[in-house]
Ligand binder design. Structure first.
Ligand SMILES: [Mg+2]
Length: 293
C-alpha cells in the first residue's frame, strides 16, 4: 500500500502517521505493587505523570498479579479507560468502550468490565498444588488456606480489600516455607502440569503459562486498532520477576528498584532500558515525566 509512488500519497501517509504519532506517541503498561504503588498501596506521588499521560491521551494499562476485583476500583479512581491485565496476564478485563478481539470469549463480568481468561483456571492450579503438598510434603501456605482475616493480616489490606484479593480466577499466591532446594523441586514438578511459579513482590504466584507479556501483546493489537496508536512506542514499568517478560516485550523498559533491597533486580532485553533511581510511585513519576519530555 506504500508502493503507489505518488509523492502526494506518500506525503499524506507520512503526515497521517506523524499526526497519530503526535497525538498518541506511547502505550504505557505498568505493574502496580512496588512500581506504581508504594508499600502503603498509594499512588499519590505518581499523579503528575498520570495526569501528563491523560493530557496526551496516552493509554495507561495496569498489569498486576492482583485480581480484577481489586483492579477495577483502582482504575476507576484513576479515571483510566484502558483494559486491565489482572492475575499476571491470566485475566484480561475490557471496559465497555473497548471491543474484545474475535476468537476470545467472555468468561464473566466484574463491575463494568467483561473479562477473558488466557490460561489455566485457578481451580486446576489449586487442586494440583494441594495434591502435591499432601503427597510429597512440600511446605507452603496460600490464599486457599487462609480466611479473609488472615489474608488481610498478611497483606496489610483492609477486610474489604482482602475479600477482593481472594476473588482469584487464574492464579494462586503462596508463601513458601520450605528450603530453597525444595522450592526448586516443587517448581519443576508443577511445570509437568503446565503450572509455573513466579516470584512477585510479596508472594510466589502459581499460574499457567501466561504472563503479563501475554496481556501486553494482546492489548497492543487491540489498542492499535481501537485508538490508532500504530506508531506508538510501548513503555513498560516493573520491579520484580513477574514483570520480566512484559519488560522484555516493550520498546522502553523502566526497571524500578526493589522496595526490599533498594536495587534493580531485573535486566530486561528491551531495546531501551532505564533503571530508575527512586522506588515505586516516586520513581514512576520521575521516569514517565522524563520520557514524555
Ligand atoms: Mg511489583
Amino acid at each position: 500500500m506504500f508502493t503507489t509512488g505518488a509523492s502526494g500519497d506518500t506525503q499524506e501517509m507520512s503526515s497521517t502517521i506523524a499526526r497519530s504519532h503526535r497525538t498518541n506517541p506511547y502505550l504505557v503498561f505498568t505493574d502496580l505493587d512496588g512500581t506504581l504503588l508504594d508499600e502503603q498501596y498509594r499512588f499519590d506521588a505518581a499523579l503528575p505523570a498520570i495526569e501528563a499521560l491523560r493530557e496526551r491521551s496516552v493509554p495507561l494499562v495496569l498489569a498486576s498479579s492482583k485480581t480484577l476485583a481489586e483492579m477495577v476500583p483502582l482504575a476507576m479512581s484513576l479515571n483510566l479507560t484502558a483494559p486491565l491485565i489482572a492475575e499476571n496476564g491470566g485475566i484480561i478485563g475490557f471496559p465497555q468502550a473497548v471491543e474484545i478481539p474475535g476468537g476470545l470469549s467472555v468468561a464473566g463480568r466484574c463491575g463494568e468490565f467483561r473479562y477473558v481468561r488466557t490460561g489455566i483456571s485457578r481451580d486446576v492450579i489449586r487442586s494440583v498444588s494441594l495434591r502435591l503438598r499432601r503427597q510429597m510434603g512440600f511446605r507452603f501456605a496460600g490464599f486457599a488456606d487462609w480466611s479473609t482475616e488472615e489474608i488481610a493480616l498478611r497483606t496489610g489490606l483492609s477486610h474489604a480489600a482482602a475479600d477482593s484479593a481472594s476473588q482469584r480466577l487464574a492464579t494462586e499466591p503462596i508463601i513458601w516455607t520450605g528450603t530453597p532446594a525444595e522450592r526448586t523441586a516443587f517448581r519443576r514438578t508443577l511445570l509437568r502440569y503446565g503450572i509455573r511459579m513466579l516470584r512477585g513482590g510479596r508472594f510466589d504466584h502459581l499460574m499457567g503459562k501466561t504472563d503479563k507479556s501475554t496481556g501486553l501483546r494482546l492489548l497492543r493489537d487491540v489498542l492499535t486498532v481501537n485508538q490508532d496508536c500504530s506508531a506508538a512506542t510501548i513503555i513498560a514499568l516493573g520491579d520484580s520477576q513477574n514483570d520480566e517478560e512484559m519488560l522484555n516485550a516493550a520498546d522502553v523498559a523502566v526497571v524500578l528498584p526493589s522496595m526490599r533491597t533498594g536495587s534493580c533486580m531485573l535486566r530486561p532485553k528491551a531495546p531501551r532500558v532505564i533503571y530508575a533511581t527512586q522506588t515505586a510511585s516516586h520513581g514512576w513519576n520521575a521516569e514517565v515525566l522524563k520520557l514524555l519530555g
